[in-house]
Design a protein around this ligand. Structure first.
Ligand code: KG4
Ligand code: ZN
Length: 343
């Protein structure tokens, strides 16, 4: 077709989202609408995402998000070519909610259905935002994911390495919790780190002494806890400066691990024509600067989509669905929700 217009749905974690993406032949893709309903307030009292609460909220809100996206774009279902939906990986109740709604729309309208891997959505976003060509290296670093992917086609991903325990965003969130800073922890820790001395505490750079691109962040959290408790034992409490120094030291360690392993991932992927990032952790300025510097030294462009498209959204699902649809991919009513679905 000359023009493809795809509706995308996302509900795999704690954001309910619907979006419309259009691609006209020979032009750059266009996001006609992107609606994201976060659930932070619903889960705040529990210190983490509660799957049952998330699933119920997705089920209640998906229809409304679709209606809002369609209204914003001024489109009806007759203007669409397909419905794309996150079919995993993620919290099963939420993924099921999205898959059910997408099947309902497909059944009612006769539109083709395209199941999308959430990680593929993140990994293909630089093509939506920056028209990036294959192949490229992607670092996906968020509260739930951390991996290097060599992306060489809409369905061709090679995992070059990743975390063997926590995701870095999770480590930022736990650090904030240990230091009584606000959630989400990443922005709070970054702010506190601005006035801190990164050299005061010697945090480890886990797995940097081992070959390969795997990473580990759970030990950093333990090191932070010990350093905090040592200060409290010595002085009876921690000051604003102590907190700033702890945050600066922690952030520098995460930065060094991500940038150090990214350098190895680039070396392992010499065909890459760019270094791209996605995920909430890519918002961190120190981490972003280190990765940009690395790309510069390798003579490669550094691509970081705008934050609203780095974090969970449905435009990336509509786009990944469009890329699959163009290749002829179609799913049917047998499309399954997959809680685990490695790329
Ligand atoms: O991609 P995202 O919005 O959600 C998923 O995890 O799917 O990422 C959220 C994570 C949180 O853990 C948050 O603390 C982290 O990204 N984050 C940051 C920053 N902003 C958000 N981490 C470090 N520095 C930041 N400025
Ligand atoms: Zn995500």
């Amino acid at each position: 077709a000359e023009t493809l217009t795809i509706l995308g749905l996302e509900s795999s974690c704690d954001d309910t989202a619907a979006a419309l993406v259009r691609l006209r032949a020979g032009e750059r893709p266009e996001i006609l609408a992107s609606v994201v309903e976060g659930q932070t307030a619903l889960h705040a009292a529990y210190g983490g995402v509660v799957p049952e609460i998330a699933a119920r909220a997705h089920a209640e809100r998906l229809d409304l998000c679709v209606e809002r996206a369609m209204a914003e774009a001024g489109l009806g279902f007759g203007d669409l070519d397909a419905v794309a939906v996150t079919a995993g990986p993620g919290l099963i109740g939420g993924v099921l909610s999205g898959v059910m709604v997408a099947k309902g729309i497909a059944a009612a309208t006769g539109l083709p259905l395209v199941g999308v891997n959430h990680l593929a959505g993140h990994a293909l976003t630089p093509r939506l935002t920056d028209g990036l060509d294959f192949p490229y290296l992607m670092l996906l670093a968020s509260g739930g994911h951390c991996q290097f992917l060599a992306v060489s086609g809409p369905e061709e991903f090679a995992r070059i390495g990743g975390t063997i325990d926590d995701a870095p965003g999770e480590a930022f969130d736990k650090t904030a919790k240990l230091l009584a800073l606000s959630q989400p922890g990443g922005p709070a820790v970054e702010r506190a780190a601005e006035t801190g001395d990164p050299a005061r505490f010697a945090f480890p750079r886990p797995l940097m002494d081992r070959p390969g691109c795997d990473m580990s962040f759970s030990g950093l959290k333990t090191a932070l806890l010990r350093a905090r408790d040592r200060i409290i034992a010595e002085k009876g409490g921690i000051t604003v400066q102590d907190r700033a120094d702890l945050c600066a030291g922690f952030q520098a360690a995460v930065r060094d691990v991500l940038a150090g392993k990214a350098a190895r991932a680039l070396a392992a992927c010499p065909e890459a024509t760019a270094l791209a990032v996605a995920g909430g952790v890519a918002a961190n300025r120190a981490i972003r600067a280190a990765l940009e510097d690395l790309a510069d030294r390798a003579g490669l462009p550094f691509v970081a989509p705008p934050l609203s498209l780095c974090t969970d959204n449905a435009a990336m699902i509509a786009w990944a669905g469009l890329e699959r649809f163009r290749l002829g991919a179609r799913d049917d009513m047998a499309l399954a929700a997959r809680p685990r679905w490695p790329l």
